[in-house]
Design a protein around this ligand. Structure first.
Ligand SMILES: Cc1cc2nc3c(=O)[nH]c(=O)nc-3n(C[C@H](O)[C@H](O)[C@H](O)COP(=O)(O)O)c2cc1C
Length: 260
């Protein structure tokens, strides 16, 4: 059956579960928030979405500082607890399962044991239908370079799976006046000194031009090839291969025609 807009589409995505710690009206509270994301790098910011039914939402106008722990997979029981009970009903901080440590830059404590814990000051509150998005300036961090693996929400809570193997090259082209631009990506497992092999092919699949190029600092291919017009006008396809991976193909005619 096909998906519809009435399906819970968000459950098909993934995110790292967050533990949002606030201290409002002299009450310390922890709320689980799977909708916790980094939203800017420099200055660094995070956003947390809080449903209007939550105790935290009722006080969100007074949340000027908070901490956010991105959970590790060993914290699923804590995320479950802090997301199953409300401060309306329970003092969640009374549980021995939760440990609080003093922050350096904000007055709200942080919870250890996660991938990292962030100290934040509120940058902006964005009102959305039934949710408030609180955007925080990240002013401090606690965590280790060798951080534990994250707790991933994907409807249920999961540990991360295997790294995805990639077996093929993917290539695209563009044809501005300077010549044909070619960009390609390949498996990051390929060693950085392996070049990309590029073939330009005509309508009959005959080879018109062949070259090799080194990967850039990200392991990708980015080159511009200038050809005499009589050769350039016959190029229809580009094939890029690398170190035994399945080659990638792209058409060039469409982009070229669009310009004329
Ligand atoms: C794993 C998990 C993730 C959750 N993520 C969110 C979320 O991103 N936003 C939200 O508003 N509620 C989320 N919830 C529900 C709240 O954590 C829950 O309603 C909680 O009781 C609110 O606490 P409070 O009323 O003390 O603020 C989540 C619950 C669980 C178990």
């Amino acid at each position: 059956m096909d998906l519809t807009l009435s399906d819970p589409l968000w459950k098909r995505g993934t995110s790292t579960v967050g533990l949002l710690v606030t201290h409002v009206d002299r009450r310390l509270n922890v709320m689980s928030a799977e909708w916790s994301y980094f939203v800017a790098k420099d200055p660094m910011m995070v956003a947390v979405l809080i449903h209007e039914s939550n105790w935290t939402a009722e006080r969100v106008a007074h949340v000027d500082e908070f901490t956010l722990t991105f959970c590790s997979q060993s914290q699923a029981h804590i995320a479950d607890f802090c997301g199953s009970f409300s401060a309306h009903d329970l003092d969640k901080g009374s549980s021995d399962a939760l440990q609080f440590l003093e922050s350096d830059s904000v007055s709200v404590p942080w919870i250890p044991g996660g991938v990292m814990a962030l100290e934040c000051t509120t940058h902006q509150r964005v009102a959305l239908p039934h949710y408030t998005m609180v955007i925080g300036n990240v002013v401090g961090v606690h965590g280790k370079q060798e951080s534990p693996p994250p707790l991933v929400k994907h409807d249920a809570m999961f540990a991360l799976g295997e790294r995805v193997p990639r077996s093929s090259v993917v290539v695209g082209t563009h044809w501005p006046d300077e010549g044909i631009l070619i960009g390609a990506v390949a498996s990051p497992e390929v060693s950085s000194d392996k070049p990309y092999d590029v073939s330009l092919i005509d309508e009959e699949n005959s080879l018109l031009h062949q070259t090799s190029a080194e990967a850039n600092e990200y392991g990708d291919l980015e080159i511009a090839i200038r050809l005499p017009e009589e050769v350039a006008s016959r190029v229809r396809r580009v094939c890029v291969s690398r170190d035994g991976l399945e080659p990638g193909f792209a058409s060039v005619s469409k982009q070229r025609n669009r310009r004329h």
